[in-house]
Design a protein around this ligand. Structure first.
Ligand SMILES: Nc1ncnc2c1ncn2[C@@H]1O[C@H](COP(=O)(O)OP(=O)(O)OP(=O)(O)O)[C@@H](O)[C@H]1O
Ligand SMILES: [Mg+2]
Length: 332
């Protein structure tokens, strides 16, 4: 039997294989010919095409804000990734998969995952809510008596939850993530520099100069199209230029964190306060986000060693441990 953990992220699909570790991390996108529907590229190769294709090629993100929005392309994409890691169609039926799903995932989404597993010919599958895996991936020892508070901020989904091995005490899965910062930056650069930039550029800008330290002043030259003249133009954009976009997003996440904290029973609050907040997800790599949250929440923040890989590493840990797996698997 092959055992896998799969995190079908809105931005990046990650796969862990027992015995090998993380075997795949590729953008969750597919390049499709608009007229014929022919698939031109998947994953890394498809992402390179974003914003650069002619009108007749469309880039599809089958998972948007943690929901499977294009079942057919999701199956094509996952089938390709499985093949790439050596799980061909014939091996798929001897493969068991743990899927990471958002906190509070509804039956409708689980059914979409079940159909996806079926379309890929998988032998078996189960679901675990993201916060459990984010915790396991940070080597937090879960038990019934000592609840923890986990925040995982991805590309299109943010999970905020207080839980123990017994289950989620208070938790939410929000359809916001780093992608919201990217689109806010595009609008902001258009308004302040009269320059239209693409999604790839805005993400790169965010990851390179984005910071939650108000005094940071790194800068990066970006190329785009002048909105008035239509001509190509380059400008230097600094951390302070995009600070409002980064801050607005962080403040929104903090608002929801406060909502969750306010609903916690007193004993759970005490435990959460003692343990601090465990922060993961690709967006947690944003410079200064840990300190910013710590100040706003007046709590310690523990940033994961590998924020973007915490969930899949936790998936890998869970797949190899039947006791943990039984405690955290969603009953369907
Ligand atoms: N250094 C960085 N600074 C800020 N953001 C970053 C950095 N590196 C990656 N990101 C962002 O992290 C996000 C992807 O994170 P992650 O892989 O955790 O998401 P995902 O699991 O694919 O999506 P989701 O969990 O939301 O469905 C992207 O928005 C990406 O731009
Ligand atoms: Mg994720």
């Amino acid at each position: 039997m092959i055992k896998l953990a799969i995190d079908l992220g809105s931005s990046v699909t990650k796969i862990f294989k027992i015995g090998s570790g993380i075997v795949l991390a590729e953008p969750s996108c597919v390049a499709v010919a608009s007229g014929t529907g022919t698939v031109k590229a998947i994953g890394e190769e498809a992402k390179l095409l974003i914003g650069k294709t002619a009108e007749y090629t469309t880039i599809v993100f089958p998972v948007f804000e943690a929901n499977i929005v294009d079942a057919e392309m999701a199956a094509v994409m996952l089938g390709y990734f499985l093949k790439k890691i050596g799980v061909s169609r014939s091996k798929a039926k001897k493969t068991e998969v743990l899927f990471s799903v958002p906190c509070g995932a509804e039956d409708e989404l689980l059914q979409k995952y079940a159909r996806l597993a079926d379309a890929c010919g998988l032998g078996g599958f189960r679901f675990v809510e993201t916060p459990f895996l984010a915790a396991l991936g940070q080597n937090i020892s879960l038990n019934e008596a000592d609840p923890v508070f986990v925040v995982d901020i991805g590309g299109g989904n943010t999970n905020i939850a207080a839980f123990s091995l017994d289950g989620i005490i208070v938790g939410i899965g929000l359809n916001i993530g780093g992608g919201n910062i990217d689109s806010h930056i595009i609008d902001h650069i258009a308004a302040s520099f009269n320059l239209k930039i693409g999604l790839q550029t805005s993400e790169k800008l965010k990851c390179t100069v984005g910071s939650l330290y108000a005094n940071d002043n790194e800068s990066m030259v970006v190329n785009g199209r002048d909105i008035t003249t239509g001509r190509p133009r380059a400008v230097a954009v600094s951390s302070s230029d995009i600070y409002p976009c980064v801050k607005a997003f962080a403040d929104k996440v903090i608002q929801y964190m406060l909502l969750v904290v306010a609903k916690l029973p007193a004993e759970v609050s005490a435990s959460v306060y003692r343990n601090g907040i465990f922060l993961s997800g690709g967006t947690a790599r944003m410079i200064g986000l840990d300190d910013y949250i710590s100040r706003a929440m007046q709590m310690d923040v523990n940033l994961a060693d590998e924020p973007q890989m915490a969930v899949i590493l936790g998936g890998g840990r869970a797949v190899g441990n039947d006791d943990i797996l039984d405690a955290i698997t969603i009953d369907c």
